[in-house]
Design a protein around this ligand. Sequence first.
Ligand SMILES: Cc1ncc(COP(=O)(O)O)c(C=O)c1O
Length: 403
Amino acid sequence: MNYKNSKFYIENIPVKKLVRSFQTPFYCYSKSRLNENIKNFNKNFEKTKPLICFSVKSNSNSKLLKIIKNNGLGADVVSLGELQKALKVGFKPSKIVFSGVGKTMSELDFAIKKKILLINVESESELKNIISLSKNKKSLVNVGIRLNPNVNAQTIGKISTGRMQDKFGLAFKDAIKIIDKYKNSNSVRFKCLSVHIGSQILSNVPYQKMMRVVNSFLEKVSVNFEYIDFGGGMGIDYANKKKFDFKKLALEINKFSKRNECKIILEPGRSIIGNTAVLISKVIYIKENLKKDFIILDAGMNDLIRPALYNAEHMIIPANKSNKKSKKEYDFVGPICETSDRFLKMKKFQKLNEGDIVILKDVGAYGYVLSSNYNVRPMPKEVMVDRSKTQVINKRQSIKDLI
Ligand SMILES: Cc1ncc(COP(=O)(O)O)c(C=O)c1O
């Protein structure tokens, strides 16, 4: 995805050409970038060879999941819907892990029936439910214990998951107690210790702290885990500011797995899918204001909620570059009746006109999956480009569907 002769291309197709075929706003993915990301991720961790379970919550488009599965990855799911989708796409149950604080009896029942690799347990009550279900089935269920390591991931508070005030995982002492209490159960086997401290993490320091906590946990706990699941969270460079150092993390994880003689699971979402997509949108109106101009787009917070929800910054670029700069700051907003329906303020953007096409970058993770029908607006189309070919991988809803 790049400019050629001032025109932005997704693989071999200029965005302007895509807009002639597809109504804006729509998500557009690059298949080769997805394949490349997976290759790079594997390469970074080639010494450890972890089981990589793609975090389905970050993007659950079936066509994309199929590509991910065909690259040999497993799946990390957090609901019955995600689990069923992963199975339908063809992920092997032996490569699926199930996370989440609120798994219901029917979700647990289904996961046990399908004999997935692990159910990562987050409370004693959940464990009791698994035990009662597995007793009924006379089966032995493989579980992971999710530890809350009380580590600050140094990321946005709303996507931090590993501090004591966060709802996820079991506190150190509680996890030890629970393992001691149930380790001789005939119904569950503690196969894994899992941790996931948050998302969009850009520093290795929180991972190092997390590993230190895990190491001291392993010294105190009375069982040997076959797997350690370090979750996901590796951040991407949304605003050309800072890149996550994968090599450093890979080195430390490799050291860890050798020292503890265990297999590693990773659950990346954003770092695999985040930069594979853009949201293509049209300028409906330009509303001049004293100090800045509002650029009113046809994409709104129902199409991409991350800026409104987390103050996330998605860079905005023009589909066709020109040399004329706007003198005023641009405030890119959507058409929805909410003040928080805004994307980004940008200075020195090129001069825009109504009808121009702009591109919101890096929307592949937590983009379409968080879209909604707010304001009775149809959810947008998803398109994938594979060199010179396009494929609609999710139809745009029609207003008729919503009424
Ligand atoms: C349990 C679990 N694993 C993996 C992920 C994926 O995180 P990311 O997309 O930041 O890699 C998440 C998301 O927060 C999660 O909750």
